[in-house]
Design a protein around this ligand. Structure first.
Ligand SMILES: *[C@@H]1O[C@H](CO)[C@@H](O)[C@H](O)[C@H]1NC(C)=O
Ligand SMILES: *[C@@H]1O[C@H](CO)[C@@H](O)[C@H](O)[C@H]1NC(C)=O
Ligand SMILES: *[C@@H]1O[C@H](CO)[C@@H](O)[C@H](O)[C@H]1NC(C)=O
Length: 432
């Protein structure tokens, strides 16, 4: 042998190698099992005395899912609105940090190394090694939604959070009656949510959500907020434990994580309760206030959630909810029309505004002519002159939003007449 060690030297080398291995495992352990990961919180450990007492709220766990690329913008408003009076909540993300007093947890920390190596996890591994400094402008850009979602790195990573979110949430907290899931641009009207849940049987496996469909899968849209009862969580978590790798392969194939949950719950024998219009995919300004869908007319239904909200929208909904709590009745879509819709509609055309009327009328020169076209059609409730010069009219009543070069107007007399015809709501309608 060209090289040999004395027995003593060999023993020393052996000890050194063992020590290094031990160190290595310790480092791995602390990396994958950081302190405190996923505790259940209420802000400051106590509920402020001015919070409304909502029966059953103690038995709800709120689960908010966000991501490192949006959390700094979208999470702080929830500190003093959504989360302020929540006895139990947990915020899952793809990065462990604290934002506006809110502990934010990495839900992907225990995923396998094979998953961490996928291209979808590129953002994740970068931020794990270099922190927020690793974020690029592309990461932070919020590109437009298409029918197949978005293309930014945060969105690609997002679908991977759904399965571990169910798994880790239930491991940490298996005693809630209801698990309410939302995202950072969702707002939940808690008085209405709690009144709704009180009407349902919490001992049954329940899956409540705004129905969406991809191929033959019907599932609850994630951003609209969705609810699982404990028995539904139990069944879903048991399936995940049984064959976790299989569910990872399903996530890999699908582009939407909420669709994966739909497949999971179906396999668990839990059907979706179609919850539109109570759970909404859009903000109030996009509501068609008089419209119907799936055989339901929102007007007398309570508004439980809205989505695609900016910080100011959430602030507004939160103060409306506070003001409304003296009514002792849930806020209905009728109320949303009178509080947030009607006051923003104007007989006088508004420049720089798009109310999203879509029926094109050719050969119109200006906003006055566009209005005249609308006047002639007795069902026309609103019109918009787009920046390309096209006049569009609409039979629905929507607020819409700012848009340079657009001019919008509403036929208030007709709108008021329709609202009157829709009537009052002696009793709220519920989905149960
Ligand atoms: C947190 O709790 C302490 C004691 O319970 C209280 O004095 C303090 O004002 C609370 N802080 C906030 C931000 O609510
Ligand atoms: C929440 O409210 C507290 C007390 O009014 C205030 O100090 C804090 O800045 C608010 N936080 C956010 C994120 O708005
Ligand atoms: C982490 O993953 C391993 C391997 O899949 C699994 O056995 C373990 O239970 C997981 N731990 C937690 C806390 O999820």
């Amino acid at each position: 042998m060209p090289f040999s060690l004395s027995q003593r030297a060999a023993r020393r080398l052996y000890l050194l190698v063992s020590f290094l291995l031990l160190l290595h495992f310790y480092a791995l352990y602390t990396r994958y099992f950081p302190n405190n990961n996923g505790h259940i919180y209420s802000i400051n450990g106590s509920i402020p005395p001015d919070c409304p007492s909502l029966p059953g709220l103690d038995n709800v766990l709120l689960v908010l899912k966000t991501g490192v690329t949006e959390a700094h913008d979208k999470l702080p408003i929830h500190r003093n609105t959504t989360l302020r009076c929540m006895p139990n909540y947990i915020v899952w993300s793809d990065y462990e940090e604290q934002i506006a007093d809110i502990p934010v947890h990495d839900v992907l920390y225990n995923e396998s190394a094979t998953l961490h190596q996928l291209p979808d996890f590129n953002l994740y591994t970068r931020v794990q090694s270099h922190g927020r400094d690793a974020l690029t402008r592309t990461d932070l850009s919020d590109d437009v939604s298409t029918p197949f979602g978005k293309s930014n790195p945060g969105w690609k990573l997002d679908k991977w959070k759904f399965v571990p979110m169910i798994e880790h949430t239930f491991r940490k907290y298996d005693r809630a009656d209801w698990y309410v899931f939302m995202e950072a641009d969702t707002y939940i009207m808690w008085p209405a949510m709690m009144a709704w849940l009180a009407k349902l049987d919490r001992t049954q496996p329940k899956y409540l959500g705004n129905q969406m469909q991809i191929r033959d899968v019907i599932f609850a849209h994630g951003g609209s907020g969705f609810v699982l009862s404990r028995p539904a969580m139990e069944r879903a978590a048991a399936l995940l434990e049984e064959k976790r790798g299989y569910w990872d392969s399903i996530t890999k194939e699908e582009w939407a994580g909420d669709c994966v949950l739909g497949i999971l719950l179906k396999e668990a024998g839990v059907n979706l309760d179609w919850s539109w219009p109570m759970l909404q995919i859009a903000p109030p300004k996009e509501l068609d206030h008089f419209g119907s869908n799936y055989g339901r007319t929102p007007w007398c239904y309570p508004a439980v959630s809205f989505h695609h909200l900016k910080t100011d929208d959430i602030r507004e909904l939160s103060s409306l909810e506070k003001m409304w709590s003296v009514e002792g009745a849930p806020l209905l879509f009728r109320d949303v029309f009178f509080q947030l819709g009607r006051p923003r509609m104007s007989d006088v055309p508004v420049d720089g505004w798009d109310n999203e009327a879509v029926e094109e009328k050719k050969g119109v020169k200006n906003a006055d002519e566009c209005r005249a076209v609308c006047e002639k059609d007795e069902n026309c409730l609103q019109y918009v002159l787009r920046n390309d010069g096209m006049c569009c009219i609409g039979r629905d009543a929507r607020v819409g939003q700012q848009k340079v070069g657009y001019t919008s107007g509403w036929m208030l007399e007709r709108i008021d007449r329709v609202a009157k015809k829709m009537g009052t709501c002696p009793r709220p309608e519920w989905i149960s």
